[in-house]
Design a protein. Structure first.
Length: 139
Protein backbone atom coordinates (compact mmCIF):
# COMPACT_ATOMS: atom_id res chain seq x y z
CA UNK A 1 0.00 0.00 0.00
CA UNK A 2 1.18 3.52 -0.83
CA UNK A 3 0.89 6.56 1.39
CA UNK A 4 1.00 10.26 0.44
CA UNK A 5 0.95 13.37 2.65
CA UNK A 6 0.79 17.06 1.80
CA UNK A 7 -0.20 20.25 3.63
CA UNK A 8 -2.29 22.90 1.89
CA UNK A 9 -1.73 26.36 3.39
CA UNK A 10 -4.24 29.22 3.53
CA UNK A 11 -4.12 32.81 4.74
CA UNK A 12 -7.67 34.11 4.50
CA UNK A 13 -7.81 37.93 4.91
CA UNK A 14 -11.40 37.86 6.25
CA UNK A 15 -12.63 36.39 9.53
CA UNK A 16 -14.85 33.85 7.70
CA UNK A 17 -14.72 32.26 4.26
CA UNK A 18 -15.49 29.05 2.37
CA UNK A 19 -12.88 27.93 -0.18
CA UNK A 20 -13.33 25.10 -2.67
CA UNK A 21 -10.19 22.99 -2.29
CA UNK A 22 -11.29 20.17 -4.62
CA UNK A 23 -8.84 21.17 -7.40
CA UNK A 24 -5.90 21.16 -4.95
CA UNK A 25 -6.94 17.75 -3.57
CA UNK A 26 -7.19 16.41 -7.14
CA UNK A 27 -3.61 17.60 -7.78
CA UNK A 28 -2.52 15.76 -4.62
CA UNK A 29 -4.27 12.61 -5.82
CA UNK A 30 -2.52 12.80 -9.18
CA UNK A 31 0.85 13.35 -7.46
CA UNK A 32 0.23 10.33 -5.21
CA UNK A 33 -0.22 7.91 -8.10
CA UNK A 34 -2.89 6.10 -6.10
CA UNK A 35 -5.73 4.60 -8.16
CA UNK A 36 -7.82 2.89 -5.45
CA UNK A 37 -7.96 3.99 -1.84
CA UNK A 38 -9.00 6.82 0.45
CA UNK A 39 -8.30 10.55 0.78
CA UNK A 40 -8.46 12.22 4.18
CA UNK A 41 -8.63 16.03 4.31
CA UNK A 42 -8.24 17.39 7.83
CA UNK A 43 -8.29 20.98 9.08
CA UNK A 44 -5.23 21.27 11.32
CA UNK A 45 -6.62 24.21 13.31
CA UNK A 46 -9.44 24.29 15.86
CA UNK A 47 -11.11 27.32 14.29
CA UNK A 48 -11.28 25.92 10.74
CA UNK A 49 -13.20 23.12 9.07
CA UNK A 50 -13.22 20.79 6.08
CA UNK A 51 -16.59 19.65 4.75
CA UNK A 52 -18.30 18.38 1.58
CA UNK A 53 -21.21 20.11 -0.10
CA UNK A 54 -22.33 21.94 -3.24
CA UNK A 55 -20.27 24.81 -4.69
CA UNK A 56 -23.18 27.24 -4.86
CA UNK A 57 -22.80 30.83 -3.68
CA UNK A 58 -26.33 31.05 -2.26
CA UNK A 59 -25.70 27.99 -0.11
CA UNK A 60 -22.43 29.46 1.16
CA UNK A 61 -24.22 32.70 2.03
CA UNK A 62 -26.89 30.68 3.86
CA UNK A 63 -24.20 28.76 5.78
CA UNK A 64 -22.59 32.03 6.86
CA UNK A 65 -25.90 33.50 8.09
CA UNK A 66 -26.95 30.24 9.80
CA UNK A 67 -23.62 29.81 11.59
CA UNK A 68 -23.66 33.43 12.73
CA UNK A 69 -27.16 32.91 14.20
CA UNK A 70 -26.04 29.74 16.00
CA UNK A 71 -22.76 31.19 17.31
CA UNK A 72 -22.62 34.96 16.79
CA UNK A 73 -19.22 36.58 16.93
CA UNK A 74 -20.43 39.52 19.03
CA UNK A 75 -20.72 40.34 21.77
CA UNK A 76 -17.43 38.58 22.40
CA UNK A 77 -18.11 38.76 26.15
CA UNK A 78 -20.76 36.03 25.77
CA UNK A 79 -18.04 33.36 25.49
CA UNK A 80 -16.09 32.27 28.54
CA UNK A 81 -13.27 31.21 26.19
CA UNK A 82 -12.76 34.87 25.25
CA UNK A 83 -11.87 35.73 28.83
CA UNK A 84 -8.43 34.31 28.01
CA UNK A 85 -7.79 37.33 25.78
CA UNK A 86 -9.05 35.65 22.60
CA UNK A 87 -12.00 36.85 20.53
CA UNK A 88 -12.72 33.60 18.68
CA UNK A 89 -15.02 31.60 20.96
CA UNK A 90 -17.60 31.59 18.18
CA UNK A 91 -15.08 30.17 15.68
CA UNK A 92 -14.53 27.08 17.86
CA UNK A 93 -18.27 26.42 17.93
CA UNK A 94 -18.66 26.97 14.17
CA UNK A 95 -15.85 24.50 13.51
CA UNK A 96 -17.56 21.93 15.73
CA UNK A 97 -20.75 22.25 13.70
CA UNK A 98 -19.08 22.09 10.27
CA UNK A 99 -16.65 19.30 11.12
CA UNK A 100 -12.96 18.59 11.29
CA UNK A 101 -12.35 16.35 8.29
CA UNK A 102 -13.74 14.42 5.34
CA UNK A 103 -12.85 11.08 3.81
CA UNK A 104 -13.43 10.47 0.09
CA UNK A 105 -13.07 7.19 -1.77
CA UNK A 106 -10.61 7.01 -4.65
CA UNK A 107 -11.80 4.92 -7.59
CA UNK A 108 -10.00 4.68 -10.92
CA UNK A 109 -7.60 7.44 -9.89
CA UNK A 110 -10.38 9.96 -9.22
CA UNK A 111 -12.35 11.29 -6.28
CA UNK A 112 -15.50 9.15 -6.06
CA UNK A 113 -18.09 11.88 -5.41
CA UNK A 114 -21.84 11.99 -5.60
CA UNK A 115 -23.52 14.61 -7.79
CA UNK A 116 -22.44 18.18 -6.99
CA UNK A 117 -20.11 17.16 -4.16
CA UNK A 118 -16.99 19.28 -3.64
CA UNK A 119 -14.50 19.63 -0.75
CA UNK A 120 -14.39 22.94 1.12
CA UNK A 121 -12.12 24.61 3.63
CA UNK A 122 -14.19 26.63 6.10
CA UNK A 123 -12.39 29.48 7.85
CA UNK A 124 -14.00 30.94 10.98
CA UNK A 125 -11.12 32.96 12.47
CA UNK A 126 -8.98 34.06 9.54
CA UNK A 127 -6.20 36.60 9.07
CA UNK A 128 -3.39 34.14 9.78
CA UNK A 129 -1.79 31.12 8.12
CA UNK A 130 -3.54 27.79 8.61
CA UNK A 131 -3.25 24.41 6.98
CA UNK A 132 -5.20 21.40 5.79
CA UNK A 133 -3.63 17.95 5.84
CA UNK A 134 -4.23 15.78 2.77
CA UNK A 135 -3.42 12.11 3.46
CA UNK A 136 -3.96 9.53 0.73
CA UNK A 137 -3.59 5.78 1.17
CA UNK A 138 -4.16 2.97 -1.29
CA UNK A 139 -2.77 1.17 -4.30
Amino acid sequence: MKSYRKELWFNVPERRAFINITPQVEVCLKESGIEEGLVLCNAMHITASVFINDDESGLHHDYDLWLEKLAPHEPISQYRHNRTGEDNGDAHLKRQIMGREVVVAVTGGGLDFGPWEQIFYGEFDGRRRKRVLVKIIGE
